[in-house]
Design a protein around this ligand. Structure first.
Ligand code: HEM
Length: 474
């Protein structure tokens, strides 16, 4: 028999956590420079469904239409969650927005508010004159800078970002806010949104970005943006806004009043988070489509010519294209689709997370596995697309394939419950801008300039270098 000891055994030191197997990275896109491209190479080697480990987190990488269908259709509910993110919590009022909110009753309410009141077809149509005015301003600005004495080189990247920002500003806040600091803040905000935070994957390293000051910088940006949006909301509440359109803040305040009366109040922070979501999800993405479409058209002058013929024939001598006329421009729509296939603005979609253990294509997938769907790779899959790497809009002319989330080989806006609710909004801006640009101007590359096709890092993928073109009124 062993004698029972009354003295407690010495405390065992807890084993130190083993060093991370995964390199500590600052930005998702440094995961082999550009994530969607490096994940593409990995999937060529390892297949269309890969399970990686980012620190302590299992991460599923989907690179085929068949697996995407399993995730976003067959098991859409299981994968309807978004992973928790320290960055989103800091920037978006504890993830009270639609895009980063975890799946559940709150998300259902706020998404429905967004879909029914802000982004419905009827509401998008009601902003038609805002879009048409902004297009006319853009065209005038270019024409006024033109002189027949020297070629006019336009920074199209800048032009498109300012266009989409102005449209979203007017629609969401009621007027344009051109102040430099506001634009800088939105720029920093967008940059932080794409940040790959090591603390989300290796929890015991949560302090790294606190110590290096990054969280502090994010909190300052979030606070400044909050002060700004607060002042805009207060201005609306005091009824100080001059005339004009009913904007998103008006709509949300109205819904807030109605809900308060019926006993289910909407918090002020939810209103502000939704407004910020419109900027976060709507400006960069919509601008990126225009940037890539013009890049491809500069590379393919015959396609540009064919598009100009279609647009100019319908516009006639007046040149200004209205939204009604877009319906008569199937080639324009095909050109935009082809751009979205080759250059999806959000190539890995917004990450999702499984809510319980499940099976995908016969493999066991644990609860809380994060999912990246590489729609960039799927859009170039040679088993689904003829001449996959070629910019060939004709492929869409007699095809029913569309980007609304039913065709899993073409998912630039995602699909299922968490699919993008802003498709109508984005397409109405992109189609009108493209038609007016190619209707009014000829485009060529500046002499001696090569087209740089490289992509910059970020959750939304832009060109690495700004797109410059010689623009000549016709
Ligand atoms: C060409 C432009 C755009 C592209 C390519 C795009 C793409 C996407 C993608 C890939 C997602 C995630 C889908 C998923 O998880 O399955 C998403 C979500 C979202 N988008 Fe867009 N988007 C665009 C424009 C817009 C616009 C203009 C708005 C609003 C003004 C918007 C609002 C949202 C919101 C609120 C979500 C979150 C949905 C949720 O989590 O329930 N997007 N978008």
């Amino acid at each position: 028999l062993k004698r029972l000891s009354t003295t407690p055994p010495p405390l065992q030191k807890a084993p130190l956590p083993s060093p991370p197997q995964f390199p500590i990275i600052g930005n998702l896109h440094q995961l082999g420079l550009l994530a969607h491209r490096s994940l593409h190479s990995l999937s060529l080697k390892h297949g269309q469904l890969m399970l990686l480990h980012f620190g302590s987190k299992p991460v599923l990488v989907v690179s085929s239409a068949a697996v995407a269908r399993e995730i976003m259709k067959t098991h859409d509910l299981v994968f309807a969650n978004r992973p928790r993110s320290i960055v989103m919590n800091k920037l978006l009022y504890g993830s009270r927005d639609v895009a980063s909110s975890p799946y559940g009753e709150y998300w259902r309410q706020i998404r429905s508010l967004c879909v029914v009141h802000l982004l419905s077809n009827k509401r998008v149509l009601s902003f038609r004159d805002v879009r048409e005015e902004e297009m006319a301003l853009m065209i005038d600005r270019i024409k006024q800078s033109y002189s027949s004495l020297s070629p006019l080189v336009v920074n199209l990247t800048e032009l498109f970002m300012s266009l989409t920002n102005d449209v979203v500003c007017r629609v969401a806040l009621g007027r344009k806010y051109g102040e430099r600091r506001f634009k800088e803040l939105l720029g920093e905000f967008a940059e932080y949104l794409g940040f790959f935070d090591v603390g989300d994957y290796i929890p015991w390293l949560w302090w790294v970005n606190k110590i290096n000051g990054l969280y502090g910088r994010m909190e300052r940006v979030a606070k400044e943006l909050d002060d700004f949006i607060d002042s805009v909301v207060e201005e609306h509440e005091r009824g100080e806004r001059e005339g004009g359109h009913e904007d998103f803040v008006d709509v949300l305040l109205q819904v807030q009043r109605e809900n308060a009366a019926s006993g289910s109040p909407i918090h002020r922070e939810s209103v502000k988070a939704l407004i910020l979501d419109m900027f976060a999800a709507g400006t960069d993405t919509t601008g990126s489509v225009l940037e890539w479409v013009m890049t491809e058209l500069l590379r393919h002058p015959l396609i540009l010519k064919k598009l100009q013929n279609e647009v100019r024939e319908i516009a006639g001598a007046k040149r200004t294209i209205t939204e009604d006329e877009l319906e008569k421009m199937p080639y324009l729509k095909a050109v935009i689709k082809e751009t979205l296939r080759l250059h999806p603005p959000v190539p890995l979609l917004v990450p999702r997370e499984s809510m319980r253990d499940t099976q995908v294509m016969g493999y066991d997938i644990a609860a809380r596995t994060q999912v990246f769907t590489n729609v960039w790779t799927i859009g170039r899959d040679p088993s689904l697309w003829a001449r996959p790497d070629e910019f060939w809009p004709e492929r869409f002319m007699d095809s029913l394939v569309d980007f609304r989330g039913h065709d899993f080989e073409f998912l630039p806006f995602g699909a299922g419950r968490r699919g993008c609710p802003g498709i109508q909004f984005a397409m109405s801006v992109d189609e009108l801008a493209l038609a007016n640009l190619v209707g009014n101007f000829d485009f060529s590359l500046p002499v001696g300039k090569e087209l740089d096709m490289s992509e910059a890092a970020g959750i939304t993928v832009h060109k690495k270098t700004p797109l410059l073109a010689v623009v000549t009124p016709c």
